[in-house]
Write a protein that binds this ligand. Structure first.
Ligand SMILES: [Zn+2]
Length: 321
């Protein structure tokens, strides 16, 4: 029997289908635009809206993982059908409507990271959410892909009526000029960006201690490592709950499957690994619904423990709440 190649398989399929009817090949202009990136679901009585901000293909080198040979990293990227020189880094923010408040968790890129990201505002509009109606912004940590969407590129507030709530240890670390002066040239850019975002709006910013509630049913949990004040969130309503993992792991195909890997962008790699394992063990054991800021859209699902790490199982898309 001849070997079945993809080409012969496709050719065979087309032949089996027969020639298309004339009406089926009428010219229809392509839409030429993407569809809205919105996914809505409920946690108890709270209505959540996952809003896609786009994707960045982060360039990576053989220094990307501090404690693994690059050949192993390439093997993991192959297993996930990913290129070797770029890490797929999608961005998904979350709006929580508690019934009394609209709370936005992290703000996307503000269109200031990559041309392939910055569609949060389009998706807010498609979801019927007015940025002026957002009461509070809660920030997980101060990397630019999480805070730049506070402002547009002209430094205007995108959510003008929102109180901006940030982790106190994150503010303490990044706003310390001694830390900025001691940082590498690359990291100095991160420090400067934070000053651009926060310096003229410091009065609108309030700091929370990780562990405290920032809104009814939204509890903050310390998750240091990726950055010193990195924070995750537990959202509770009725009997239901959701764990918002923030950047506990970036793309799950790489970092859930290989939880011991320390990324070059983690401030404290060993702490990032310990935090990841602790939180993922908890989520897997309790079969919790989780969402990750850099997980493939709509970014929510479950984690199961495997022999060597964890596997992310995405939710089934649903059209009813
Ligand atoms: Zn991030």
């Amino acid at each position: 029997m001849p070997e079945l190649s993809r080409r012969t398989l496709l050719a065979g399929t087309v032949a089996a289908l027969g020639a298309p009817a004339a009406s089926a090949i009428a010219a229809e202009p392509p839409a030429g635009a993407a569809t809205a990136g919105i996914y809505r679901y409920k946690i108890g009585s709270y209505e959540l809206t996952a809003l896609y901000d786009g994707i960045w293909y982060r360039p990576i080198t053989d220094k990307f993982i501090r404690n693994a040979r690059f050949a192993e990293v390439e093997h993991a990227l192959d297993a996930a059908f990913m290129p070797h020189d770029r890490l797929a880094t999608p961005f998904t923010t979350l709006i929580v409507n508690t019934g009394n408040k609209l709370v936005l968790i992290d703000t996307g890129t503000g269109g200031q990271i990559a041309p392939s990201a910055g569609v949060l505002r389009d998706n807010l509009a498609a979801a019927g959410i007015d940025p002026k109606a957002v009461d509070a912004i809660v920030i997980s940590h101060f990397h630019p892909d999480h805070i730049n969407g506070i402002k547009d590129k002209d430094n205007n507030l995108i959510f003008p009526n929102a109180e901006i709530m940030v982790p106190a240890p994150e503010w303490a670390y990044w706003m310390d000029d001694a830390n900025m002066n001691a940082a590498s040239a690359d990291l100095k850019l991160t420090f400067r960006n934070q000053r651009r975002i926060f310096s003229d709006i410091a009065k609108q910013v309030t700091q929370f201690e990780p562990g405290n509630e920032v809104a009814p049913g939204i509890v903050t949990l310390p998750a240091a490592g990726h950055t010193p004040g990195h924070t995750v969130f537990a959202i509770h309503s009725g009997d239901a709950s959701l764990l918002v993992l923030s950047d506990t792991a970036q793309h799950p195909a790489v970092f859930a499957r290989h939880p011991d890997w320390q990324a070059a962008f983690d401030i404290d790699g060993a702490a990032a690994v310990a935090t990841r394992k602790k939180i993922f063990d908890h989520a897997a054991a309790d079969r919790m619904l989780v969402t990750g800021y850099h997980f493939p859209f709509p970014a929510c699902g479950h984690l199961i423990k495997t022999a060597s790490g964890y596997e992310h199982v995405p939710v089934e898309w649903q059209t009813t709440l």
